[in-house]
Design a protein around this ligand. Structure first.
Ligand code: GDP
Ligand code: MG
Length: 597
């Protein structure tokens, strides 16, 4: 155990975590020439395409140092604010963290928030000044920034380049010398923390764990404390680039477990694995519960696929513990799920993973945050509104509260004005302004969560020309003027198109929504009136004019197979369209309210 080091890499997005992980794998000879590729640990297609890390990844390396061989367990983590839950789970399984800071960008909002998470968990922090090879790098200044932030000595900051390989040996040396070996008693009853799991269609559920105390052995009976279920440990092993089966894994080490469990619901991230024969009495107090920030409906395009969608979501949840969902039904869309996400990026990723990994075609509805509504009849008890249809009728409504957040923006002083006007435009209130260095400033705002989950991040990037970073944390509920804008197509209300908006913007949004829907909904054989309404009051109206000609008309008289081909072509690719009444609504229409600017 004294030769094991468990560490993670934390940083603001794009500061070079995944690339640094590649270099560490190279330097420790953990990958063969043939296996080498950039951002090796980002093994999900989605991660590769988007160039971001979504999941934490664990990998074991071996490194000889001063005549001894050390086992280094590295957990790479995502940087985006939507995925900080993944970060907190990785942190709980480690004793140390490499804090990577880009030598050109310096400290950014997520550098700070991830650092706090690591400090809360008593991790030893090794600051790494990355990208020193860049012509735009400011090594001296950024080192000063890091020293200020951590209160460390300048010599403790390791200059590095994950691109050229500079400093990699120093980092490995520091991991061994500065990060403490794991504590834990191999003789005590088994206690292993589940920090991740993934569904493998051939082998069932794979559980990733860190042994805190005791030893886990192949073939033993293991008990998952949260569910009380007992299984055989069919296979255990360590996580190299490929899994390496072992006969036992002792306190301090990280590994995987396969029990033949096929049902995704039986494994919970944060759970404690113990021995069925000699169980521990105490579960490891693991993780905080995830708090979803954004809610939206997810529905199968084909109503018959509901059960399959449920199975897919359960499997996905296994690998994404932050996904929550409950069944709901919509008059327009039938049976589906109300899902909670950590943010809009998370929502997009979930939708894409459902499509790619589970071959589901789904419709997602307008996202909203979670409100508290109070009725006149019972002004003390709040109703949780995660879905526009849950908002009580305006005539019975007493008041509504919405979630607020404390936002932290770090930007250059040139952009303070722009950032402030954006925040005020988003109903924010500035609470603090601190100069971090001469031209870098930290701004704090209280803002409604609803205003930031949608397009705030993109607009912030625009107004600051990319020189602003952003992070937030919830600060509770505050009074809100909320109304529901309903949409009627052909005089029929389509519940899945309803949106919860601030009363001051309701008319404007209703009008824009009608215009946008007119653009998005394909023309059909008849006129389709589109109306926006608040309660019984119509606030706006547009009409989609009927098509003049049948799409297949030009084929009449031609050969029949051409006509069939045309129809098939239309049907192909399981279009993300839903028939509601006699109107076809494309997926984009359900998101129209987000794209009104
Ligand atoms: P992550 O989001 O923290 O995982 O960052 P990545 O490892 O994906 O790196 C973001 C970008 O920075 C990629 O284009 C990398 O090639 C680049 N990068 C990472 N480290 C270095 C470095 O030391 N020098 C230079 N010049 N570029 C780097
Ligand atoms: Mg990455």
């Amino acid at each position: 155990m004294k030769n094991i080091r468990n560490f993670c890499i934390i940083a603001h997005i794009d500061h070079g975590k995944s690339t640094l992980a590649d270099r560490l794998l190279d330097a420790t000879g953990s990958v063969t020439e043939r296996e080498k590729q950039d951002q090796l640990l980002d093994n999900m297609d989605l991660e590769r395409e988007r160039g971001i890390t979504i999941k934490s990844h664990a990998i074991q390396m071996e490194y000889p140092y001063q005549g001894e061989t050390y086992i280094l367990n590295l957990i790479d983590t995502p940087g985006h604010v939507d995925f900080s839950y993944e970060v907190s789970r990785s942190i709980a399984a480690c004793e140390g963290a490499l804090l990577v800071v880009d030598a050109a960008q310096s400290i950014q909002a997520q550098t700070i928030s991830n650092l706090y998470l690591a400090l809360e968990n008593d991790l030893e922090i090794i600051p790494v000044l990355n990208k020193v090879d860049l012509p735009s790098a400011n090594p001296e200044e950024v080192t000063d920034d890091i020293v200020d932030l951590l209160g460390c000595r300048p010599e403790e900051v390791i200059p590095a380049s994950a691109k050229t390989g500079l400093g990699i040996e120093d980092i490995l040396k520091a991991v061994i010398e500065r990060i403490p070996a794991p504590k834990g008693d191999p003789e005590a009853p088994l206690q292993a923390l589940v920090f991740d799991s993934v569904y493998n269609p051939f082998r069932g559920v794979e559980t990733y764990f860190r042994v805190m105390n005791g030893v886990i052995r192949k073939g033993q009976r293991v008990k998952f404390m949260a569910t009380g279920k007992v299984y055989d440990a069919d296979e255990i092993g360590t996580l190299k680039l490929h899994q390496v089966p072992k006969t036992s894994i002792a306190a301090g080490d990280v590994g995987y477990l396969i029990t033949g469990v096929k049902d995704a619901r039986e494994i919970k991230v944060g759970d404690t694995i113990t021995s069925a024969e000699k169980p521990t009495t105490e579960a490891i107090s693991g993780f905080e519960d995830v708090k979803p920030m954004v809610f939206a409906g997810i529905y199968p395009v084909d109503t018959e696929d509901y059960e399959e969608l449920r199975n897919s979501m359960e499997k996905l949840r296994l690998n994404d513990a932050s996904l929550v969902f409950t069944p709901e039904s919509s008059a327009a869309l039938g049976f589906g799920f109300r899902c909670g996400f950590l943010g809009m990026l998370h929502m997009e990723i979930v939708q894409e993973r459902l499509e790619r990994e589970f071959d589901m075609t789904v419709i997602t509805t307008v996202p909203n945050v979670s409100y508290h509504a109070y009725t006149k009849k019972d002004p003390e008890a709040h109703i949780i509104v995660n879905n526009p249809s849950d908002l009580p009728d305006p005539t019975t409504l007493d008041r509504v509260e919405e979630p607020y957040i404390k936002a932290t923006v770090i930007t250059k002083s040139d952009f303070i004005g722009n950032v402030m006007s954006l925040c005020i435009d988003k109903r924010g209130q500035i609470t603090n302004q601190t100069y971090l260095t001469q031209d870098r400033v930290e701004l704090n705002f209280d803002m409604p969560l609803a205003e930031i989950v949608f397009d705030f991040y993109d607009r912030l990037k625009t107004v600051s020309k990319g020189y602003a970073s952003f992070d937030y944390s919830p600060i509770g509920m505050r009074p809100s003027k909320l109304v529901r804008v309903d949409i009627l197509l052909n005089a029929q209300m389509v519940d899945a198109l309803s949106a919860l908006v601030h009363a001051d913007n309701a008319y404007h949004i209703g009008k824009k929504m009608c215009e946008k829907l007119k653009e998005l909904i394909p023309r059909q054989q008849f006129d389709i009136p589109i109306q926006a309404a608040i309660g019984a009051k119509i606030i706006s109206r547009e009409t989609i004019k009927a098509l003049r000609k049948d799409v297949t008309a030009k084929c009449y008289g031609g050969d029949i197979s051409r006509k069939r081909k045309l129809l098939e072509k239309q049907k192909k690719g399981k279009k993300r369209m839903r028939q509601v009444g006699n109107v076809e609504i494309p997926q984009q229409a359900f998101m129209a309210v987000l794209k009104l600017n």
